[in-house]
Design a protein around this ligand. Structure first.
Ligand code: NAD
Ligand code: ZN
Length: 351
């Protein structure tokens, strides 16, 4: 089959590689119908994530069709169209039973995400992928949801909801600041309303991105590229600061912004993946009585989010800015990497 293979810092190619095969009785082989590219794939390719071995197929988001099942798989059959969760879930270990799939003690890594979980399996930017623990890691695509829409449930929608909204303990009537209006920040804006947020303030240095958030559920868009934007945000909170500040960029500066914007007694939810140490000025913060949360997505809310998508309650059709056939994935990478020029949000392959 053909697959996008990582060949060390700065190198990737669309290679012919062996077809995946069933290796464990709980495995399923999925033919990819839609996949996409994530910012973390760019990090891996830049060499920021040296634990991802050369020769790995990248990608951890996908929708596809089951073409083979292991002997222990009884709830999925050939022909089923499924969403692949970016985090595998053995369904049996103590962590999975608590919904903490990101700490699954099963012995397989998530597709293409071994940089977080240690063990590696090949990813979804390929014609076929082997999915471990298939019965609990795959979710049937409902009728009426396209593969290009369903693929937004592999990672970004659960991440925005679980790590931004749920960990941030958003409550009815809250004012929520979402720093960063990339796909993940937009997923936070899109899901904050599910917990009753009254005001959702999208903040980005890129004006186009901030404005775009208004069609993803944000009630206000703030460009933080210039001066005076902090006053703009405070004016929307009666001068107090926001109830919940969500960091969805992954740099020290935006984490500091979240600490500054949150009101006393509020919550800071860090979603961004930080490649560098981040300062935590407890000497100033302790007096603010705030809670700070963070974490890796679990995708335990994927079934709940999928019901909302099925019923048209989430703007899932808005994330895909560009479509390419799978065999033009190298062009898709160029488009995604040059987002400042191309306005790329999610670049969908296939679908
Ligand atoms: P992205 O790079 O597409 O978007 C980031 C956005 O932040 C961009 O719109 C950019 O303009 C904006 N930005 C950059 N600098 C800024 C600044 N100084 N002030 C305000 N805005 C600024 O990223 P994404 O795909 O949306 O992901 C966001 C973060 O979430 C990344 O760090 C990613 O690694 C992380 N992530 C975390 C998890 C998890 O499980 N916790 C899962 C997926 C992604
Ligand atoms: Zn597990």
């Amino acid at each position: 089959m053909k697959a996008l293979v990582h060949h060390g810092a700065g190198h990737k190619s669309w290679d012919t590689v062996p077809d995946p095969t069933i290796e464990a009785p709980t495995d399923v082989i999925v033919k990819i119908d839609a996949t996409t590219i994530c910012g973390s794939d760019l990090h891996i390719l830049k060499g920021d994530v040296p634990s991802v071995a050369e020769g790995r197929v990248l990608g951890h988001e996908g929708v596809g069709t089951v073409v083979a099942t292991g002997s222990a798989v009884s709830t999925l059959a050939t022909g089923d169209q499924v969403i692949i969760a970016c985090i595998k879930n053995c369904g049996r270990c103590a962590y999975c039973r608590r919904g903490l799939h990101s700490h699954c003690a099963g012995d397989e890594g998530a597709p293409g995400m071994g940089w977080i979980l240690g063990h590696l399996v090949h990813g979804t930017q390929a014609e076929y992928v082997r999915v471990p623990y298939a019965e609990t890691s795959l979710h049937r695509l409902p009728e009426g949801v396209t593969p290009a829409e369903g693929v937004m449930l592999s990672d970004i929608l659960p991440t925005g909801f679980e790590i931004g909204v749920r960990y941030g303990r958003v409550k009815p009537g809250d004012t929520v600041a979402v720093i960063g209006a990339g796909p993940v920040g937009l997923a936070v804006s899109a899901t904050a309303g599910l917990q009753g947020a009254a005001r959702i303030i999208a903040i980005d240095i890129d004006d186009h991105r901030a404005q775009q958030a208004l069609s993803f559920g944000a009630t206000h868009a703030v460009n933080s590229g210039g001066s005076g934007w902090q006053d703009e945000v405070r004016a929307l909170t009666d001068g107090d600061g926001v109830d919940v500040a969500v960091e969805a960029v992954g740099i020290p500066h935006t984490f500091a912004m979240a600490l500054d914007l949150v009101r006393p007694g509020g919550n800071v939810a860090n979603v961004g993946v930080h490649g560098k140490p981040v300062e935590l000025p407890l000497q100033d913060l302790w007096i603010k009585n705030i809670a700070i949360s963070m974490g890796l997505v679990n995708t335990d809310t994927l079934p709940m989010l999928l019901r909302l998508v099925r019923d048209g309650r989430l703007p899932v059709d808005r994330f895909a800015s560009h479509h390419f056939p799978l065999d033009r994935i190298l062009d898709a990478y160029d488009t995604f990497a040059d987002a400042a020029k191309t306005n790329a949000l999610k670049v969908v392959l296939g679908g």
